[in-house]
Design a protein around this ligand. Structure first.
Ligand SMILES: O=P(O)(O)OC[C@H]1O[C@H](O)[C@H](O)[C@@H](O)[C@@H]1O
Length: 294
């Protein structure tokens, strides 16, 4: 069985291609961003990458799994203790997704292929005067495991919000169901962040941008078109964002084809709002996501 890690150049951005049997995973050094994931290279991907993605420095690639950190989304929508950490510009989804991460370790054996990347923020980042290491552990075997570890190496408590902003590939967004959210409370960001409750399985019929709270550890994307289920198993996270731009919003997105909304669904495993992190000096936190299909 083939197991390998190869250095890659993705249209000018450096990265790696991991192979384990028929599975293939591309990872970009910028942003520590997973770009695409095929459990079987002969089959449709699980993690979607835009056909029109732009590979530009200091800009996240459309698709894959951008890492949103040390705040998620619009800074003004974050808890005050996260907001007050920022002294400079506050780009949407934080700073980590556009910075270069460093390769810490790579390992290839019969149990899996592993890549560890780190963002060294131990001397702070522009406009963020704190001290932390952010480490991404990626293991590819019969499944994909992603672990994002925060380590507060400063002398003060540190408040952070974050997400693994996964873009899942689907055959047709109008046909898929998301299981596991029934009964969960969510903020409807498209209606002044009203609080609502999910009734039954989630299906999408239009633009969707919701923040779910107290989310269970196991969610499923049921895709009848490709006769497959994607299982999302998370730990260290109880919030999730569900997003699809639909027709009109898609036109405003960079690196996004006009009809691409039909074939993607973001379910972002997160620590946002009341689920944000508050790390004591020296404390670590792990957010883990395991993806598998059947
Ligand atoms: O275009 P980006 O900055 O990558 O953001 C893409 C999307 O990310 C999240 O899922 C937000 O909930 C959306 O409101 C946002 O449009």
């Amino acid at each position: 069985m083939q197991q390998s890690i190869s250095a890659m150049n993705f249209s000018g951005l450096q990265g790696w291609r991991l192979r384990f049997g028929s599975a293939q995973l591309d990872v970009c050094q910028q942003g520590g961003q997973i770009l695409s994931y095929f459990p079987d290279i002969e089959q449709p991907p699980v993690i979607w990458l835009s056909d029109c993605a732009e590979y530009v420095t200091r800009q996240s690639v459309r698709g894959g799994v951008p890492v949103c950190w040390p705040w998620f989304g619009d800074l003004q929508r974050n808890p005050l203790e996260v907001q007050k950490n920022i002294t400079g510009a506050a780009p949407f989804h934080g700073l980590a997704r556009t910075l270069d991460w460093q390769l810490q370790q790579q390992r290839v054996d019969e149990t899996g292929v592993q890549l560890i990347l780190q963002l060294d923020a131990s001397h702070g980042l522009a406009g963020w005067p704190h001290a932390a290491y952010l480490t991404l552990h990626i293991v590819l075997n019969e499944r994909l495991s992603i672990r994002l570890e925060n380590h507060n190496v400063g002398t003060q408590p540190l408040a952070i919000s974050q997400a693994l902003h996964s873009y899942f590939a689907v055959s047709d967004i109008r046909q898929v169901q998301v299981n596991g959210l029934s009964g969960c409370t969510y903020y409807e960001t498209l209606e002044q962040w009203q609080l609502r409750q999910q009734q039954g399985v989630l299906t999408l019929n239009g633009e969707t941008d919701r923040v779910y709270v107290q989310v269970p550890q196991h969610l499923q994307i049921i895709d009848p078109g490709w006769q497959r289920r994607i299982h999302l198993c998370s730990q260290g996270s109880s919030s999730a964002i569900v997003w699809n731009p639909w027709i009109a919003k898609a036109k405003d997105l960079s690196g996004f084809a006009e009809d691409a909304w039909q074939h993607m669904l973001c379910i972002e495993s997160a620590n946002v709002l009341e689920d944000h992190l508050l790390l004591a000096p020296g404390e670590r936190h792990c957010l883990e996501l395991q993806l598998s299909t059947d």
